[in-house]
Design a protein around this ligand. Structure first.
Ligand SMILES: NC(=O)c1ccc[n+]([C@@H]2O[C@H](COP(=O)([O-])OP(=O)(O)OC[C@H]3O[C@@H](n4cnc5c(N)ncnc54)[C@H](O)[C@@H]3O)[C@@H](O)[C@H]2O)c1
Length: 259
């Protein structure tokens, strides 16, 4: 038997990057996957390529979540993967002194509200059968401060903490609904494009991003997807409220050593 046989798995932000790789990995393990995204054109294209179902979903919209669970009432696995940095339209101040309230809210609307809504709708959809797995895509940025991307870091920290509330709440109800968070460091996907730039500075920017990473490279989308497959499958049945880092050793210590 494949690891995810007979499971209905919904992935948000599945049109590209990590979400698309999660969809592919779940399909390879026998899941019935619903690929969702706010980007209709790219989402449809990815779903056709992977040969899975497509449903348009803006994670920040309650109406969209209502429509999703009406279309797919028996969700077994939800991956709350969709997220934004706030730099999608180019550079803008995101430090604690200069970030605008509007920018702060824009990032939290997708990352924090999206995760909250996803968890709420998943609990409601899963509770009748009393089991399921919710996987929240946080970040290593949810575990440390990021002065130039404060809204992103705070939103990912909120996801980490909410994961634990959801896990404990579900356990209190006597449900076997698990909720865990995943914390990747830099994984090369289109999310980095606005920050890498074009031309000669691109290589230097890429090297700088992994310079402090002990394993000296980016993570891959397949590596994140493999962890999600584990968290989605019954193999991780005893794991809930956990946070799993996938960061090439970045958070294992500090480059600032004594002497
Ligand atoms: N790539 C990394 O280095 C990295 C590291 C840590 C955490 N993450 C997290 O992993 C997740 C995926 O990142 P990625 O690198 O694949 O990003 P990406 O930008 O390549 O893909 C994100 C996808 O989310 C979709 N999306 C954006 N807003 C949405 C919304 N409101 N509703 C639904 N979909 C929406 C986009 O259309 C896109 O398809 C994000 O939550 C990100 O914060 C990424």
């Amino acid at each position: 038997m494949a690891k995810l046989d007979n499971l209905l798995c919904v992935v948000t932000g599945g049109a590209r990057g990590i979400g698309k790789a999660v969809c592919a990995a779940f399909i390879a393990e026998g899941a019935r996957v619903v690929l969702t995204d706010i980007d209709e054109a790219e989402g449809r294209k990815a779903a056709a390529e992977l040969d899975c179902e497509w449903h348009r979903l803006d994670v920040a919209s309650e109406a969209d979540w209502d429509a999703l669970v009406q279309a797919f009432p028996a969700i077994d696995v939800l991956v709350n993967n969709a997220g934004i940095t706030g730099f999608e339209d180019g550079p803008a101040p995101h430090d604690p002194e200069n970030a605008s309230l509007e920018e702060w809210h824009r990032v939290h609307a997708v990352n924090t509200d999206g995760c909250f809504l996803g968890c709420r709708y998943a609990l409601r959809a899963m509770k009748e059968r009393g089991e399921g797995s919710i996987i929240n895509m946080s970040s290593r940025s949810g575990l440390v401060g990021i002065p130039g991307a404060a809204a992103y870091a705070a939103s990912k920290a909120a996801i980490r903490n909410h994961t634990k509330s959801v896990a404990l709440y579900a356990a209190q109800q006597g449900w076997r609904i698990r909720c865990n968070s995943v914390h990747p460091a830099a994984v090369l996907t289109p999310i980095w494009e606005p920050m890498l730039g074009e031309g000669p500075e691109r290589e230097a920017n890429m090297a700088a991003l992994v310079a402090d990473t002990p394993l000296k490279r980016f993570g891959t989308v397949e590596e994140v997807a493999a962890l999600c497959t584990y968290l989605a499958s019954p193999e991780s049945a005893y794991m809930t409220g956990s946070e799993l880092t996938l960061d090439g050793g970045l958070l294992a210590g500090s480059a600032a050593s004594p002497g």
